[in-house]
Design a protein around this ligand. Structure first.
Ligand SMILES: Nc1ncnc2c1ncn2[C@@H]1O[C@H](COP(=O)(O)OP(=O)(O)OP(=O)(O)O)[C@@H](O)[C@H]1O
Ligand SMILES: [Mg+2]
Length: 470
């Protein structure tokens, strides 16, 4: 991952930055060259006025050749240019540098004369028919008397190499700066992309790898306030839920194993005793009946577990139909008649009407009512009271199962819906598994309904759930 993303980022940024810098540098170089030549031209023009005056004086015979040559020489030195003077036919009659004496009398200007005559200046680059060995920049300026008559031209030649020397220095600085800037940018990009993107991604990847191998308590430590920070936060909350699921799974397995182990141990003990002859023949029936009860308990446990997992995974397709909840309550009370009589309980059923129609799955809702009534009977003492109330309120039907047994402690209230949770582990361990309420809640959640429990004063517990009326 690192190589791919990192090199792509680096390449993209470097290309963008290089293009930007190269474009800027080219523009800067171009602009500087223009500026430099303009300056040079300005300088040449200014100085040409003195030459012009001297030339006119010379042509009019007011000054001698020596004097004029001296003026040319001085200005030539000052401008680092070879200065020639041509008459109105283009013939050279004076040069600033004696090495070019041989061209005196040569007609250098021909085609340009027309332009010069009309007052234009001319700029050229070249070797002037091999007079110069290296290319020169020539600036030709016409000479006019005060009356406006054309008296020839000044030719100012500067070696292009010499002209370019300072320019090259500037180019050198510009391009070195560009290379330096690109290198610095690359280092900054490298550092920041490592810090902002690559390292955090590597960390997330590393932790994800650890978690996938079972280290579910590992977390990412990134607190940046950007998308990567958000990703890290989401990743950590995903890891939290994974950890919770994993914890749940472990607890569940340990609970199931524990619930299964105790009946199996007693079954094994009793049957072993019978086979070994430790249990005498007349007591065998008694122990076999205990074994039978244990097997029934195991069967119930397995059935409850299967129900729960089927409901949770959505495999139980609810068959929603019109159900008379009052009818279900009546049948349920009849079903528990024997137990009610055994414990001498008072069971009162309050109904507003004969029928209360709701939309539900008949078998599942029967399971809900049965579990709640079973609990009420189980957790109250002999001779206590149970009330079952069904009420219609707007769109909803409210069904409550009340018993006047002891309150459920505050710390247990939130846990009674957990799988395998039993308030009194010792007393109820033989008769219950702690799966009733989780199944009840699961069924009602699937129906989109609610269930809650209230402790009543001075004592008593009331479970209430809702159903949708039709
Ligand atoms: N009506 C009630 N009064 C007092 N405590 C109750 C009542 N109903 C449930 N409880 C408490 O809640 C716990 C969980 O109930 P739940 O129905 O889930 O399991 P159970 O009755 O112990 O086992 P199972 O229903 O699987 O036989 C019970 O162990 C009990 O302590
Ligand atoms: Mg129960």
């Amino acid at each position: 991952m690192r190589k791919g993303l990192f090199s792509k980022l680096l390449a993209t940024f470097t290309v963008i930055i290089s293009i930007t810098f190269v474009m800027t540098a080219s523009y800067l170089s171009y602009w500087f060259e223009e500026y430099y030549f303009d300056q040079r031209k300005g300088q040449l023009s200014t100085e040409s006025q003195f030459i012009s005056e001297a030339a006119i004086q010379y042509l009019q015979g007011n000054i001698l050749t020596d004097k004029m040559n001296e003026t040319l020489k001085n200005i030539s030195d000052y401008l680092s240019a070879d200065i020639w003077l041509a008459d109105s036919y283009g013939y050279i009659y004076a040069v600033s540098n004696n090495s070019y004496k041989n061209i005196i009398g040569t007609q250098i200007l021909t085609d340009e004369l027309e332009k010069l005559r009309s007052g234009q200046t001319i700029e050229q680059k070249g070797v002037h028919g091999n007079i110069f060995k290296t290319p020169v920049h020539t600036y030709e300026i016409p000479i006019f008397t005060d009356e406006g008559s054309f008296k020839g031209a000044i030719l100012m030649n500067t070696s292009i190499n010499e002209l370019r020397e300072p320019l090259n220095k500037v180019y050198h600085i510009i391009w070195l700066s560009v290379i330096f800037a690109i290198m610095i940018s690359c280092i900054i990009i490298y550092y920041f992309s490592q810090r902002i993107i690559i390292k955090p991604l590597e960390q997330i990847n590393h932790v994800a790898d650890k978690i996938s191998k079972g280290d579910v308590d590992k977390r990412v430590d990134i607190n940046s306030n950007d998308e990567i920070g958000e990703l890290a936060k989401s990743f950590n909350s995903m890891a939290d839920s994974l950890e919770a699921v994993e914890k749940n799974r472990r607890e569940f397995i340990s609970n199931v194993s524990h619930e299964i182990r105790s009946p199996i141990t007693s079954i094994k003990g009793f049957i072993g005793g019978i086979l070994d002859g430790v249990i005498s023949n007349d007591k065998q029936n008694y122990y076999l009946s205990i074994t039978y009860e244990e097997i029934q308990r195991l069967t119930r446990l397995v059935n409850d577990l299967l129900d729960l997992s089927a409901i949770e995974s959505g495999q139980f397709r609810l068959r929603i139909e019109e159900v008379d909840i009052n009818e279900i309550i009546r049948l349920c009370v009849i079903k528990f008649e024997t137990k009610i009589k055994e414990k001498k309980l008072n069971v009162d059923v309050f109904m507003e009407d004969d029928r209360l129609l709701v939309a539900a799955d008949r078998d599942r809702i029967n399971q809900v009512v049965t579990n709640l009534v079973d609990n009420a009977i189980k957790y109250i003492g002999n001779g206590s009271n149970i009330k079952i109330i069904s009420k219609a309120k707007g769109e909803k039907a409210f069904i409550s199962v009340y018993d006047d047994g002891p309150n459920i402690a505050k710390e247990d209230l939130n846990h009674i819906w957990d799988r395998f949770y039993k308030v009194d582990k010792s007393r109820t361990s033989k008769i219950s598994t702690g799966l009733g309420l989780p199944i009840v809640r699961c069924i009602l959640t699937q129906l989109g309904e609610d269930i809650w429990v209230d402790n009543k004063e001075p004592q008593g517990v009331m479970f209430t759930f809702t159903l949708r009326r039709i």
